[in-house]
Ligand binder design. Structure first.
Ligand code: PSV
Ligand code: MN
Length: 424
């Protein structure tokens, strides 16, 4: 199903008077809001092809109905999101869950929806039907060179798919590690992984980036071979200029100071990509901003500060993606909520008075530093984000419109109630 422009206009007309009032009140004290609005309009968050179905846990999966059954339908779903919020203009594919059969047709369909192809994701954490060798004991770290080669070849294959689609980056997330002490020689595992990554890196086109994603634990529960930002940075540094660390918010041990991690990675020019989600306990895959919105704001505060310090373009110079797919919400509504939370945190970070904050820091004025940050965090910037949407031709309230038009009902009519999207 498609959303008609007129449906968006009609929806916006219903809400416009109330919106205008709230927006005018908010910007009374914000002299620079025009520049901020443009940044919000430009900011795009990629949607992963595996987040469009209801996620499962190892205990079960409860499909919500109308889930996309193939890549074309996944693109259509992201097209719907983008039509509703104009901030989801990119798709990130996971191979082999979404192998494109006809590149030209897939490219044409994506561009019809205003979508570009963000980072490609390889998968050596699952065995695929017919696969010669198993990843049970790891892929790039494996003691058997033949397994490592299979993992390297798969990644090179993923790059080839990406080149055909116009993607410019590859994200490598490895589940490699060990579950019991003594299982693994850590040095050998690191060395094998590095050598494997070097082979993939050698196949990377000149204008591509390689993102090395880390994760503290799961599915391995004793050690992970790319377990934290230090290890990821070590690989990325040894690989070369086109290799970067990718930060997934759910991949840290509890209470990790992620804002400090991103500040230092940016300082080193080694932060490449970002996976948004939220969590209470681990890699919970909850909606971004649903549990720790203050942390999200603090992370964005460092992102904006660090990118500005390097003269980076906020919208283009890092890969922004949502990586979440939990098991109880409508996945499309959930993604709309995540994008909204990201834009709110970004808008708040843009509002931080950096001159005053620097003064407070130099003066060791701890109280004032906290006041500056929390003043912004406690400001309701939703009218600013809504205004950016209005200017971009999107809906003032995407979730409300999604429900008004009974889009899930329409998708179920189109695709059936028992469809299950590929993914985890
Ligand atoms: C792993 O937990 C991860 O964050 C990686 O980015 C994967 O590619 C993605 O989730 C989907 O499994
Ligand atoms: Mn991730």
């Amino acid at each position: 199903m498609n959303i008609d422009k007129n449906q968006i206009t009609a929806h916006n007309q219903q809400l416009e008077t109330a919106h205008r009032r709230k927006f005018a009140q908010l910007v009374e004290d914000l002299p620079n809001h025009e520049g901020i609005l443009q940044k919000l309009v430009d900011f795009q968050v990629a949607i992963p092809s595996w987040a469009l179905g209801t996620g499962g846990t190892r205990f079960g999966r409860f499909s919500g109905g109308g889930e996309p059954g193939n890549l074309e339908e996944k693109i259509a779903d992201i097209g719907l999101l983008h039509a509703l919020n104009r901030s989801s203009g990119a798709i990130s594919l996971h191979i082999p869950w979404d192998i494109p059969k006809d590149y030209a047709a897939i490219r044409a369909l994506a561009s019809q929806h205003g979508l570009v192809f963000d980072a490609m994701n390889s998968n050596t954490f699952q065995d695929q039907p017919g696969q010669a060798l198993s990843y049970k004991f790891g892929s790039m770290q494996h003691v058997d060179k033949a397994v490592r080669k299979q993992a390297v070849d798969h990644n090179i294959e993923v790059i080839k798919h990406g080149v055909e689609l116009g993607s410019k980056s590859l994200t490598v997330w490895l589940s490699d590690g060990s579950s019991f002490p003594g299982q693994l020689n850590f040095r050998h595992a690191f060395q094998h992984t590095l050598e494997s990554l070097q082979e993939v890196y050698a196949a990377l086109p000149d204008d591509w980036k390689l993102f090395v994603e880390y994760k503290a634990f799961e599915p391995n529960f004793y050690s992970t071979t790319v377990g934290d930002w230090g290890q990821s940075l070590l690989y990325a540094s040894k690989l070369g200029d086109k290799a970067y660390t990718l930060v997934d918010l759910g991949h840290h041990l509890p209470n990790a100071n992620i804002e400090q991690i991103v500040a230092l990675l940016l300082m080193e020019g080694k932060l490449g990509g970002f996976h948004f989600n939220d969590s209470k306990y681990g890699d919970d895959d909850l909606t971004t901003g649903s549990i720790k919105p203050y942390q999200l704001f603090l992370i964005f505060n460092e992102l904006v500060d660090g990118m500005d310090n390097k003269g980076m373009n906020h919208a283009r110079d890092l890969g922004w993606m949502i990586d979440a797919s939990h098991n109880v919400k409508d996945p499309l509504e959930d993604l709309l909520q995540s994008v909204e939370a990201i834009l709110i945190a970004y808008a708040q970070a843009l509002l931080v008075d950096r001159v005053a904050l620097a003064e407070a820091q130099v003066g060791n004025d701890v109280v004032q530093a906290q006041e500056i940050l929390q003043r912004v965090f406690r400001t309701d910037v939703r009218p600013l984000v809504a205004e950016a949407r209005l200017r971009a031709g999107a809906a003032l309230d995407p979730i409300q419109l999604f429900r008004q038009l009974d889009m899930r009902g329409e998708l179920i009519k189109e695709r059936g109630a028992k469809t299950v999207a590929t993914g985890l």
